[in-house]
Design a binder for this molecule. Structure first.
Ligand SMILES: [Zn+2]
Length: 303
């Protein structure tokens, strides 16, 4: 089974409440700092992912409160949101998570997902959901607390579960996978099916419900596959495979533009004739398709 976005970093969560220790780590000349601006990562002048404290010490009025991400091999990692553009960043390259994920190892990718997810949560939660007052950052960036002394409620980052799954039909002469597309995607881009888990629902029931709502298919043999943090803005994608012996699809809730059954050889032919684009390679949707494709063909699907 593939393992996705495995990050060996120690989140070091037990020291988050020790402000003195966290500040000491932040000001350590070796500490590594990620800076995000409007959903994109800012790279340093020499294209590094990480800034050093001395490079940002005079810019803190443009930055959010720091988030302590953790420690790995004696180095400490932090992330900031750039709230206001500062001339010192002029000319620096901005990359989105998808672009960054093409060139970094799983270890760095884990830090990118972690930082993007938690900074998104901060951006979206400036006020207390209990009383509407402003909140302030606590716990080294891993929580917020209401500033209203009569309330004082603490808030912690939420992660919203979503299921993502391949639907396989083995009832014909050859195994086929259902590939679907949404009208907003670029031409020929296809993927597997995904949707949010609702309150009170098991993950397996969410797969069954979403499969029916989006494709009209009744599925069973639902098996867990893998998971992937998806900080857009704060999901975790829980991957499954499932099966059906029904061929006819119906786009019941109209979320999809189309859905089609394809064998491994049909996928290959469509990719080779530029009539099909796979999801990007660092995504669980690609892994789900590739896992099935490899079982059929013995090799990985192209992108
Ligand atoms: Zn409050």
């Amino acid at each position: 089974m593939p393992s996705f976005s495995y990050s060996p970093i120690d989140r070091n969560a037990l020291i988050r409440s020790d402000i003195t220790q966290v500040n000491e780590f932040l000001q350590d000349s070796q500490s590594r700092i990620l800076i995000w601006y409007q959903g994109k990562l800012v790279k340093t002048k020499d294209k590094r992912l990480y800034f050093l404290f001395e490079e940002i010490v005079n810019l803190t009025h443009s930055l959010s409160e720091p988030v302590y991400l953790g420690r790995h091999e004696s180095l400490n990692y932090f992330a900031y949101q750039l709230n206001h553009w500062h001339p010192d960043f002029d000319g620096l390259e901005l990359v989105n998570l998808r672009q960054a994920s093409l060139t970094v190892s799983d270890y760095h990718l884990g830090l990118l997902y972690h930082s993007q997810g938690i900074l998104n949560w901060h951006s979206n939660h400036p006020f207390c959901s209990q009383c509407g007052s402003r909140t302030r950052v606590i716990n080294a960036g891993h929580g917020r607390q209401c500033e209203n002394s009569e309330c004082g409620r603490e808030h912690y980052p939420r992660v919203d579960p979503a299921v993502i799954f391949s639907i396989i039909n083995n009832s014909g002469a050859e195994s086929k996978i259902l590939l679907a597309r949404k009208s907003i995607w670029d031409e020929y881009r296809h993927s597997v099916i995904a949707g949010f888990v609702e309150p009170g629902e098991t993950l397996e029931d969410a797969v069954k419900r979403e499969a029916y709502e989006e494709t009209g298919l009744k599925v069973d043999n639902i098996r867990y596959f893998d998971s992937q943090p998806w900080p857009f803005p704060g999901q975790i994608m829980l991957g499954f495979s499932c099966e059906t012996d029904q061929w006819e699809t119906e786009l019941v809730d109209q979320e999809l533009e189309s859905a089609q059954w394809l064998s491994a050889s049909e996928i290959e032919e469509k990719i080779n004739t530029a009539k099909l684009k796979m999801p990007f390679r660092a995504s669980i949707s690609w892994l789900l398709i590739d896992h099935w494709f490899k079982q059929q063909s013995g090799y990985s699907v192209d992108t």
